[in-house]
Design a protein around this ligand. Structure first.
Ligand code: NAD
Length: 268
């Protein structure tokens, strides 16, 4: 029996990178998985849909559902959770993974860019967490299971560590840090756990420009005590633990998964 057997999970931004690895790991551990992707009629939306559908095929169509939704739109998040509950009967886990970053010197950041980063990274996590939380508390508790629900946020070492040039990103992830800490206390009587994973530098599409530039890549590697980028699968194994019954006494914590990067950063 898998560690997540009998559980239903929604993972945002799951068509690529860390979200994809989490969707596949959850499926392999027996969960039913709602594979969220950012849809749309443009090339990116069509590509995301094909990737999400391929993930569903790998997990098995009876145990997974690809669902387009922009997490920054409350009504779309509600529609996604409703569709998942209709298909699989309940919801037990929500992973706030969807995220974007925009590099810009702070004095030049326009309102719309600041707003977009907050809308996706922070407001998206607010909508998903609130809508999932409402579902957790209204459904029947499962006999023999203490937990009523699990929220796992894919935050960043930059929830705590400055990164000038990415101020909007840092502030959005700082918000996720406090969302996690505040809600850990609020959710405790409801037996809902909320925790953050703070990845360091992981080899995913968000880092494509760094990975493709030899000099930038060497600079990035020189900052990481482990001497390599992390893998999406290394984030996924931690997400499985935080979504499972093995972590029922853990809430409000951030787990750095960064090859010790955050402990020795002197500059970015
Ligand atoms: N890769 C790293 O080094 C690293 C480090 C720290 C934190 N993170 C965080 O990990 C998470 C996943 O990033 P990744 O590294 O896998 O990169 P990624 O770009 O592959 O994943 C981000 C996903 O979010 C989706 N997305 C973007 N806007 C969305 C929206 N409005 N609605 C729904 N989905 C949306 C994208 O389509 C994409 O699939 C992000 O929150 C990121 O901030 C990544």
């Amino acid at each position: 029996m898998g560690q997540l057997s009998g559980k239903v999970a929604v993972i945002t931004g799951a068509s690529s990178g860390i979200g994809k690895a989490i969707a596949l790991a959850f499926g392999a551990e027996g969960a039913k998985v709602i594979v969220n992707y950012l849809g749309g009629d443009n090339e990116r939306g069509v590509e995301n849909k094909a990737k999400a559908e391929a993930i569903v095929e790998t997990i098995g169509a009876e145990n997974a559902l690809a669902f387009p939704c922009d997490v920054s739109k409350r009504e779309q998040v509600q529609a996604m959770v409703d569709a998942g509950v209709e298909r699989f009967g309940r919801l037990d886990i929500a992973v706030n993974n969807a995220g974007i970053e925009i590099k810009r010197d702070f004095l030049d950041v326009p309102d719309h860019e600041w707003g977009l980063v907050m809308d996706v990274n922070l407001h998206g996590a607010f909508y998903v967490t609130q809508i999932a939380g409402r579902q957790f508390v209204k459904q029947e508790a499962v006999s023999g299971r203490e937990s009523r629900g699990k929220i796992v946020n894919i935050s960043s070492t930059h929830e705590d560590i400055p990164f000038p040039g990415y101020t909007s990103y840092c502030v959005s992830k700082g918000g996720i840090r406090m969302l996690c800490r505040d809600l850990a206390v609020y959710f405790a009587p409801m037996k809902i756990n909320i925790n953050n994973i703070a990845p360091g530098a992981i080899a995913t599409p968000i880092n494509q420009s760094v990975l493709e530039d030899a000099e930038e890549k060497a600079n990035a590697l020189s900052e990481i005590p482990y001497g390599r980028f992390g893998t999406p699968e290394e984030m996924a194994s931690l997400a499985v633990f935080l979504a499972s019954e093995q972590s029922n006494y853990i809430s409000g914590s951030t787990f750095y998964a960064d090859g010790a990067l955050a402990l020795q950063v002197t500059k970015y």
